[in-house]
Design a protein around this ligand. Sequence first.
Ligand SMILES: *[C@@H]1O[C@H](CO)[C@@H](O)[C@H](O)[C@H]1NC(C)=O
Ligand SMILES: *[C@@H]1O[C@H](CO)[C@@H](O)[C@H](O)[C@H]1NC(C)=O
Ligand SMILES: *[C@@H]1O[C@H](CO)[C@@H](O)[C@H](O)[C@H]1NC(C)=O
Ligand SMILES: *[C@@H]1O[C@H](CO)[C@@H](O)[C@H](O)[C@H]1NC(C)=O
Ligand SMILES: *[C@@H]1O[C@H](CO)[C@@H](O)[C@H](O)[C@H]1NC(C)=O
Ligand SMILES: *[C@@H]1O[C@H](CO)[C@@H](O)[C@H](O)[C@H]1NC(C)=O
Length: 939
Amino acid sequence: MCPKVLTFLLVASFQIYTETYGDDFTVMSILKDAWVNTPRNWVGADPCEGKWEGISCKKSRVTSITLAAVGLMGELSGDISSLSELEVLDLSYNTRLNGTLPPSIVNLKKLKRLKLAGCSFSGPIPELIGSLQLLEILELNSNRFTGSIPHSIGNLSKLVVLDLFNNLLDGSIPVSSGNTSGLDMLVNALHFHLGRNRFSGAIPNELFRSDMTLIHVLLHDNNLTGSIPSTLGLVHTLQAVRFEGNSLTGPVPSNLNNLINVTTLILSNNKFTGPVPNLTGMAYLSYLDLSNNSFDASDFPLSFSNLRALTTLMLENTGLEGRIPPTLFDLPSLQTLILRNNQLNGTLDVATSSSSQLKVIDMRNNLISFYPESPERRNNLDVILVGNPVCAHPEATENYCAVPQANSSYTRLPEKCVPLHCISDQISSPNCKCSYPYRGVLVFKPPFLESRNSAYYVHLEEESLMRSFKFHQLPVDSVEVNFPAKDSFGYLESNLSMFPSGQDHFNTATISDIGFVLTLQTYENSDIFGPTYFKGSPYPYFDGKPTVSKELSSTVRIIGAAAGGASFLLLLLLAGVCAYRQKKRRESASEQKNHFAYLDLKNSDSVPQLKGARCFSFDEITKCTNNFSEVNHIGSGGYGMVYRGMLPTGQLIAIKRRRQGSVQGGLEFNSEIEVLSRVHHKNVVNLVGFCFERGEQMLIYEFVRNGSLMDSLSGLSGIWLDWRRRLKVALGAARGLAYLHELVNPRIIHRDVKSANILLDESLNAKVADFGLSKPMDNSELILATTQVKGTMGYIDPEYQKTLLLTEKSDVYGFGVVLLELVSGRKPLERGKYLVAEVSSLLDRKKDLYSLHELLDPSIGLDTKPKGLDRIVDLAMKCVQEKGSDRPTMGEVVKEIENILHLAGLNPSAESESTSASFEEASQDEFPPSLKEEEFSLS
Ligand SMILES: *[C@@H]1O[C@H](CO)[C@@H](O)[C@H](O)[C@H]1NC(C)=O
Ligand SMILES: *[C@@H]1O[C@H](CO)[C@@H](O)[C@H](O)[C@H]1NC(C)=O
Ligand SMILES: *[C@@H]1O[C@H](CO)[C@@H](O)[C@H](O)[C@H]1NC(C)=O
Ligand SMILES: *[C@@H]1O[C@H](CO)[C@@H](O)[C@H](O)[C@H]1NC(C)=O
Ligand SMILES: *[C@@H]1O[C@H](CO)[C@@H](O)[C@H](O)[C@H]1NC(C)=O
Ligand SMILES: *[C@@H]1O[C@H](CO)[C@@H](O)[C@H](O)[C@H]1NC(C)=O
């Protein structure tokens, strides 16, 4: 006590100006006294007037302490309970903050957020924590808390996030009974993160109720026994369910199939029995792991072929026998397929899968006897058949009979700028700006490790993190993920550096927000990286210069304070000015952002301003889609669903409705809004309006009657496209793209040019659609997409795929492929063969019809040679040149098509074709095939 009093007196003795200071100052002085490495500007009489870093006040009372990852050491003093107006306490990622959580903390009756993730607290969670009646967020993950979960947590009726992940908690999971409360009462909670503890006993039946709104239930890596309660199937809102690494038994309850919104389901490493569950009701299921259980031996369930959104399927050691159904390889988004240690036999036939995104098939230790290797896929698909009879054949190759080596010589992408030499501890960011990065360790368990493409996954990780930060409007300039190393649990650890934008350092509020985003939003990416968590490192730069980290020793501090006394006044003045500026900056930031609030995300009232687009009320949309009825549901994707509707004026509309909580959906929406709010052209699909009410986000487009070009070419839409019409469609689409590339400012790269994204109206005007992947180009020519190669197989520019450099020429490539489709009526990738390669190999300009007879689409009408066919083929081949610089611009493409139309005796500027003369319009009840599932890649 003595040193505390002494410091207090020392500080107090300098209070020349302010005689009056509230109790909060006293309390803050005590807290400060117990800690090392408090912010440098924690000087002066009043934390509120003095604008102490990380402290917010209302009416001279401290309402928020936000000091995540600042390197605090010491213990949390029980005196904090006197800060009776405190609403936010975030001390996360101060790894050397230890001791117990003082029981008196339960007196902070106004506390809404208690965030102590990644510290070193030990001892029990206070028994009466349930008296924090206003608590919304309780994040205690990655500490060393012991004991059991207090029953009183059930009294926290406002709790949204309960995160106790990675502690030493034991006992059973408390549910209410009689007078005692339990977790089942938390009907407003979205997150139960209870993984990596020592919980035991059965998961109580009473834990789940139909009136709950949980989206994450994570109970993995505990010591739980018994079976999964069937009540889990009542929680329809669930999106991520993880029970892996327990000792759960019995069959998986069949009603889990009701959980339609689940995207991540991990039940591996338990003792489940009975049949492999039927999960066809989980229409969005993207990551499924049932490995290492004791399911009944059975044929490979056909039902998995209906899970259209699957990206990762892991069924290692699950008693599967017989053949793999070939339909499995038709899943449009499947990337990773792990089927090790089963009894699967017959032929592994991947060659016929045309639309697949497959990167890895690991089937080691099965009974596969034949694998017809497809040369086209060898470079982008790892197949592992080690331990199968096929590898005993003399002609078997290393390509699939050896385990590929992870690409350990990890090379970064080519620099897109010249790295700077920076002073002090600053680092040159990937965008070549000197700043103080916030670092931490990202821990993840990817579905597959041994891929030759593993370096590429690191780039994907960087991009998806950036997307999360952008989505949450955090001032992050760039992100760098180092090549990971394996930890003892088989998890990978990557060092993660996040660089600030706008200034050379992050402030404490942003550090706090980053931790929160990394803790809660990781499930959006689980299909690629597997389950993830984050450990922040100390960030001693929050005031723009390195703070020399001090060790705990009160004598040193007191001497320091005394010696510093002479310059104290000056310091006080400087600190005041600096803090004032920071406050101003913070205030103006918070006007836009209103201090990051998880809850705000759900009820975002930020309505984008769109020219010419109308704002619809939720009721209007409900009415015109007949309450989103099944018959009006015409498509779906990762972001949500598409509905058809009719406005009272009779105008038909298509409505894209964002699925709540989908970050990917949010990004795609932002991208579409960004693009569509700036463009207006008759060859670009028109935005009619939007609806941002009641937490919904919907975009409303004109309904384009005749579906997509792809549907017409494949005969789905029943529209016959003769040669003339094809030329017109080509011209329209080219004009739309040329407009995006050349007339919009900043210019826009569509990134997913394909026949499915070119819609045809009733006059066969082409309209470019689906801007979910689009990128506005700033001033530079090139965009380095630090990134996932995005797009659709068969249309992806090979140069972009190699270099990750995105230019308009990638769209030109896609357009060239569309021209070849127009000529041939074929898909860009059919039976493992690329259309571009087929045409190149047949093409002989000296021969009649360029020797392409067998490829040309007979429905063009080949009796008389279609006028300009050769020139369209020439143009297409120029567009698909290997090197972007050899391809024409879209403007040049438009000119050439206009010339070809002249040559064919058509007037390119004439008004468009009427379709009704030669065939019937699609009836109103028949929705356009363009909006069916295929168009919206479920990536
Ligand atoms: C807290 O950490 C300090 C030094 O880091 C150590 O001396 C002290 O024993 C720790 N206290 C507890 C309760 O672990
Ligand atoms: C929790 O609620 C129960 C009954 O509703 C009550 O008896 C108990 O005192 C409450 N506990 C706390 C810590 O508020
Ligand atoms: C898990 O529970 C079993 C049986 O209840 C017990 O024998 C075992 O020691 C527990 N394991 C751990 C790590 O607590
Ligand atoms: C799986 O469940 C769906 C209903 O969700 C049902 O239609 C289908 O027949 C089931 N499949 C099998 C193989 O049991
Ligand atoms: C594959 O396995 C199934 C079931 O174990 C068996 O009935 C079938 O004969 C096997 N087929 C081949 C080609 O070995
Ligand atoms: C599934 O998600 C959608 C979109 O967020 C939501 O409207 C729907 O209510 C959810 N379904 C359930 C059963 O919660």
